[in-house]
Design a protein around this ligand. Structure first.
Ligand code: AMP
Length: 220
């Protein structure tokens, strides 16, 4: 088992899950007037839901909770609130995943307080039910064991965060490629390195230019 279990998610899966989510919303008989995307993870799911549900009004709110891959900040906070009048509107707040649930719960409260909506419901592609303190009104996939989902829209950020974590935890800044590959397998599993190898090289190059890591020749 890797130290941090990671599942690499493809854009095809995102389209499929957002379609399932849209079907659940439609089956409930409820149609939103406006979608609020939670930046940044909710952007692509929210845009896809607009398409599946025929919603043309899309605004956003930014909530910060997990600033680096697989590392949670202490408290979720609203960095940029919604600043439009949503009087009388049915609003759907959308994010990629409910982990603790703090981000979605906070975004919902913030929209209710700021913008006079008629009703606010919430939807996410995934919910990690054993850890979630808040369950959204709609979701497509229930996750029964905690995993870091490496979504396709933050592949570089994940790669940088994951390399940084290895550097910090080991205190070692000079690596040969073979060692770095083995460390990735130990920390994040084989699937991650196989599917994201190009991104890891890109991250190492970026970090090398910032003087955070040095890639050396392997001696044996
Ligand atoms: P939370 O407030 O804990 O529900 O999570 C807030 C946000 O952090 C989510 O909308 C994701 O963008 C990101 N996030 C949290 N946990 C995960 C995870 N297990 N996999 C991928 N992204 C996550």
């Amino acid at each position: 088992m890797p130290k941090i279990p990671v599942k690499v998610v493809t854009f095809e899966e995102i389209v499929e899950w957002s379609r399932t989510l849209a079907e659940r919303i439609r089956e409930s008989g409820w149609q939103p007037d406006v979608i609020v995307a939670i930046a940044r993870g909710g952007y692509i799911p929210a845009r896809l839901l607009c398409d599946w549900l025929g919603v043309s009004d899309l605004v956003s709110i930014q909530v910060v909770h997990w600033p680096t891959a697989a590392q949670m900040a202490e408290k979720a906070y609203v960095k940029y609130p919604v600043s439009v009048d949503l009087s009388g509107k049915k609003v759907l707040v959308v994010d990629d995943i409910v982990d603790t649930g703090d981000s979605v719960e906070l975004a919902k409260k913030s929209v209710e307080e700021c913008c006079k909506p008629a009703e606010v419901r919430t939807a996410t592609l995934q919910v990690i039910t054993p850890v979630a303190k808040y369950i959204p009104n709609y979701y497509a996939i229930e996750v029964k064991e905690w995993i870091w989902f490496a979504y396709p829209w933050n592949a570089v950020e994940d790669a940088v965060g994951f390399v940084m974590k290895i550097v910090k935890e080991t205190g070692k800044t000079t690596w040969c490629l073979d060692e770095l590959i083995h460390a990735h397998i130990e920390w994040y599993g084989r699937e991650y390195i196989e599917k994201r190898f190009g991104y890891i090289l890109y991250a190492v190059d970026l970090m090398g230019k910032r003087g955070l890591i040095k890639l050396d020749k392997c001696t044996s």
